[in-house]
Design a protein. Structure first.
Length: 250
């Protein structure tokens, strides 16, 4: 069990070097703060850093907190790559990875070759992987709960989402290494499952100090309250009025 990362352990100084201030982090939605506190990857956020000539370079990245051997917490960045590094996989494996499916492959882990589930993070083109026993164990628990046959479990192990009927409604389950268990369940068919890979965000997520704004491509940028446009102030007013109406009805 990974030790949870507490608020006082967050390496704000390191994040600030990349343009991610404490206010920006604290203004992320609760479900995101929960995820990164558990060591999961953040959504894709915009960062900026100065090079040796003091030019500001803008980029997009996910990040995750990692606990070092000395117990301190550091940051790992997973920048958006222009192309996925898939040279080590054969044509068929590359095709599967590019279509969002998980594959079984040999990976170097802790200095030795081990079998792992491998998947591509569509938003960053980064390769993600998890040791097969970890996902295998979670699949075992799931198949027990949902009474899946060994044939059905094999389908999931081969990276294919499996759709079955539960209480007369279709449910789809498949491997998704963005999830904490490595497995994602979704109400609906496999098309719905594929569409649901992106965590839904609102166009505007207001916090205490500013607002995370999502553009048409799903990219997130932060606007501090001092820089709000008229559109943002209007949106905030609408949200507050909506909240007051809801509170009034309870």
């Amino acid at each position: 069990m990974k030790a949870r990362i507490e608020e006082h352990e967050v390496p704000y100084e390191t994040l600030a070097k990349y343009g991610l201030t404490r206010e920006m982090i604290e203004d992320l939605p609760m479900h995101v703060l929960e995820d990164i506190g558990q060591g999961r990857r953040s959504p894709v956020l915009s960062i900026q850093v100065e090079d040796e000539n003091e030019n500001v370079i803008k980029s997009r990245t996910r990040f995750a907190f990692v606990r070092m051997e000395d117990g301190k917490v550091d940051v790992m960045f997973y920048p958006v790559l222009s192309q996925a590094p898939l040279a080590q996989y054969d044509q068929e494996q590359q095709k599967q990875l590019l279509s969002g499916k998980a594959i079984l492959a040999d990976m170097m882990m802790d200095g030795k070759q081990s079998k792992a589930f491998v998947q591509l993070d569509a938003e960053t083109n980064q390769v993600m992987y998890a040791p097969t026993p970890v996902i295998g164990r979670n699949l075992q628990v799931l198949s027990g709960e949902m009474h899946l046959s060994s044939v059905e479990v094999k389908v999931i192990q081969h990276g294919e989402p499996l759709t079955f009927v539960m209480d007369e409604d279709p449910v789809t389950v498949g491997i998704d290494l963005n999830e904490s268990t490595g497995i994602r369940l979704c109400q609906g068919d496999d098309r719905k499952w594929q569409e649901q890979t992106k965590r839904e965000w609102y166009k505007y997520t207001f916090g205490c100090y500013g607002c995370w704004v999502m553009d048409d491509d799903g990219n997130l940028d932060y606007v501090s309250e001092d820089d709000y446009t008229e559109e943002l102030w209007n949106e905030l007013s609408r949200k507050r009025e909506g909240h007051l109406v809801r509170v009034g009805h309870h």
